[in-house]
Design a protein around this ligand. Structure first.
Ligand code: GDD
Length: 333
């Protein structure tokens, strides 16, 4: 009997890559669920069971988790700063997905459940300066996370812990730090900085423009995790024996201006910057500290930001040039 895996949020960015990973292994029955209509899924494979439905609904959670061994819950209503800062209530509604999938996991005797949390849970007071020390897992408390989205993630992390302690459900929790790469959104309102800035530079090259818009003053910092490393880290945590939370991120902290310089090198062209101080900026500085996952699971980020940006830039450039089927990556669904 093949093991049965449910990927919740299979139509999204990390979810789509996870589906591909398991499909390439060829030894699993894969059930995929996402609220988006199938034509908008970033990656869609015919030989899986694909459900377009709302996992905020308990009955739907029961349906897709029936006879499932393992759940990867990547489903949530999210995006980059432009989305989460302006849709706090929508982001918080994702708590229903996690609550109902956890309940259904108990009912359907699921063996293991992974929850995708976020660096947005970290205490904002630790992220007030540029080039902050890396955030350790313990830095989420005392709680003062990103408003809306971060509170939902922190609460859902906590629910996973108590479902383990009270009901014995094996839960795993990962705090992802700004994951980027091919097959993700690059326009339309949900895009994050790496894809957005690659797209802006590609468009400037194509239209022979000399200036690009940048949100904030460009001095704010982040660390960005390439999707291949993200998938590898996800599997490491999932297959481990630990129910405590782990960072899965990069320790390569850069300012947005430094990231733009890397993209300019890839494009082989420099641009003037129009700094838009009224746009969503989020925290001033953020970076992952990977000490815990390195020491306990032997995982670390491998891809440099420059290498990851080269692949992302190339992919976005190809999408824009071909122009076909790009609605799903450029419109907010
Ligand atoms: N999105 C975007 N688009 N951000 C830009 C742009 C642009 O054109 N130009 C500059 N930025 C700046 C933002 O103002 C912000 O300061 C920084 O780049 C990073 O923005 P995002 O990539 O959108 O989000 P984030 O790093 O603040 O948060 C993201 O990562 C978290 C995990 O680390 C979000 O996706 C969160 O949902 C996620 O939890």
């Amino acid at each position: 009997m093949k093991q049965k895996i449910l990927i919740a949020g299979a139509g999204g960015f990390i979810g789509g890559h996870l589906v591909k990973y398991f499909r390439d292994k060829g030894k699993y029955d894969i059930v995929c669920a996402d609220i988006k209509p199938l034509e908008y899924w970033f990656q869609l494979f015919d030989n899986n069971k694909n459900f377009s439905l709302d996992l905020k609904d308990y009955e739907n959670c029961l349906k897709v988790s029936k006879d499932i061994d393992y759940i990867f819950n990547m489903a949530c209503n999210m995006g980059g700063m432009g989305f989460i800062e302006n849709n706090k209530a929508e982001c918080m509604m994702s708590v229903l997905i996690n609550a109902n999938l956890l309940r259904a996991s108990i009912k359907n005797k699921v063996k293991k459940y992974l929850f995708s949390s976020s660096a947005c849970v970290y205490n904002s007071q630790k992220q007030l300066k540029t080039f902050v020390p890396g955030l350790k897992e313990t830095d989420a408390y005392p709680a003062d996370p990103e408003d809306g989205y971060g509170w939902e993630k922190l609460f859902s992390e906590r629910m996973c812990r108590h479902f383990y302690e009270d009901f014995g459900l094996e839960t795993r929790v990962i705090r992802y730090h700004n994951v980027y790469g091919p097959m993700g959104t690059f326009d339309g309102g949900r895009e994050k900085a790496p894809a957005a800035l690659c797209r802006k530079i590609i468009e400037a090259v194509n239209k022979d423009k000399k200036k690009i818009d940048v949100w904030g003053d460009g001095k704010q910092t982040r660390s960005f995790l390439y999707i291949d490393d993200c998938i590898e880290g996800t599997l490491k945590v999932f297959n481990s024996k630990f129910y405590e939370v782990f960072n899965v991120g990069s320790e390569e902290q850069v300012s947005i201006n430094q990231m733009i310089e890397m993209i300019e090198e890839i494009a082989n062209q420099k641009f003037e910057k129009n700094y838009q101080l009224d746009k969503p900026k989020g925290v001033r500085g953020r970076c992952s500290d990977n000490s815990l996952i390195r020491s306990k699971l032997g995982w670390d980020n491998k891809t440099t930001l420059k290498e990851g940006l080269q692949k992302t830039y190339k992919w976005i450039d190809e999408q824009i040039k071909s122009g076909s089927n790009i609605d799903k990556f450029t419109k907010s669904h």
